[in-house]
Design a protein around this ligand. Sequence first.
Ligand code: HXC
Length: 514
Amino acid sequence: MIKKNHELSDKRTLNRLGGGIERINKHHQQGKLTARERIILLLDEETFEEIGAFVEHRSSSFGLDHQKIPGDGVVTGFGKIHGRLVYVYAQDFTVLGGSLSETHAAKICRIMDLALKNGAPIIGLNDSGGARIQEGVVSLSGYSEIFFRNTRASGVVPQLSLIMGPCAGGAVYSPALTDFVFMVEDTSYMFVTGPNVVKTVTHEEVSSEDLGGAKTHAERSGVNHFVAGNDVECLKKARTLLTYLPQNAYEDAPKPSVFEFSPEKLERIETVLPSNNGLPYDCRRVLECLVDDHSFFEVQEDYARNIVIGFARMEGRTIGIVANQPAELAGVLDINASRKGARFVRFCDSFNIPLLIIEDVPGFLPGTDQEWNGIITHGAKLLYAFAEATVPRITVITRKAYGGAYCVMNSKSLGADLSFAWPTAEIAVMGAKGAAEIIFRKDILSATDTEKKWKEKEAEYADTFANPYRAAERGIVDDVIFPRETREKLLRGFSMLEKKAENLPLKKHGNIPL
Ligand code: HXC
């Protein structure tokens, strides 16, 4: 018995060394933690239970039969984060570059299957050279098995991908199918084809970092949602995100009973909007005055900055926020903002997270670039996402709500459960200047002083529509409220909507304009 136990201990030690001390040292020198170190930091202390530690690949081509390392380059299992169950896999770059073999894929699929059956989040720590080249098509097939499960799990359990090393080729598509992608600055990258292929095909010279580094995907492509300075920060961010999320689509998000709200914010909110309605301001200053102290957790901070999205808490309860950002491009809606907003709305709707929409939008961004790249289809995504959402939805119009953008931003007729406007709200088809030019053109042109007439007519249109009361008279907004009343109105509104039950017409699934 003792001998057998020793044998097991030895095997475990070997298993924990992955690709060996030398490779681990090299990995550390690059500023990266090993797969096991990452898992330990990600999970609550002493909660990790490994599954499949002894699994080995079955390949013999190209000398692989002499390179069998228990675990086959991926550590898989389950554990707890803030006391709640999660499933995790971490690719071990020290074993054949963390490359994905048939068995490596099978291990990932096994924990995905368990996560789906048991209704808990799946977290992938990706650090891999892609498909195991020596294995050929079976490793590709392994990827497809994972993609299939990512898709089936979508909207059932939250899926997080932490990119902590290379992620190239088709391997990027598993993260892309998941809900949130994290990247580490300087040590992680994602691209379908690397710099060498790019150079051969398009003759462009580009570094890995510029092509697919954390900053590139945060600012230009919107592929990632969170960026961290190093592995430790990345793992901490993932833990924080999970505090806002339910375990699955059938449960509520955790609701801490202790929360703080500084009463001075009720006064501060009255001073956020500039006196001149043409001036910019940071919408985060509004939303921070509405939610529990320090609870706003922004998503995709550096992408499409003209819209702000993120999670927050109100009296401990998770909400999702979508806010136009007047400090960036005056808060217009464009292609990227529409895509960013739409995906976030659909995530919140999938996981029963109520939505708060803070609206100050002058319209859609005009121009050939937007039209030729499909603002019609992309803008429709946001429309569709709001119209389809059955979670509680409350809109607060703080200032501008013009034209199609008014409709899109969770307007009452698009199914908002409650719609409030501040006294500063302007709800109209378009700004007064443009409106006067179109509907009073004849009057203006026939006047002796056209400039004066134009100003007069502009003022007339503004008097009529640049306020919230025409909309309130029609019930298109439910109430006009002081900024300082807003938090209380929202708390009562969300509480009233807590048991909201709304079913979509029976169908296989809708056809969102992709
Ligand atoms: C087998 C691999 C491997 C792979 C790396 N290794 N990638 N083994 N299959 N895909 C091994 C190396 O041979 C080496 O083994 C060890 O991992 C570390 O690799 P290095 O090259 O020494 O590391 P580094 O210099 O840091 O470079 C990392 C890298 C590079 C940039 C990821 O290894 C690389 O370019 N690998 C190939 C990437 C790739 O083209 N993958 C296929 C993508 S296509 P030793 O024994 O020396 O330690 C794909 C299709 C998926 O994935 C399709 C899904 C639909």
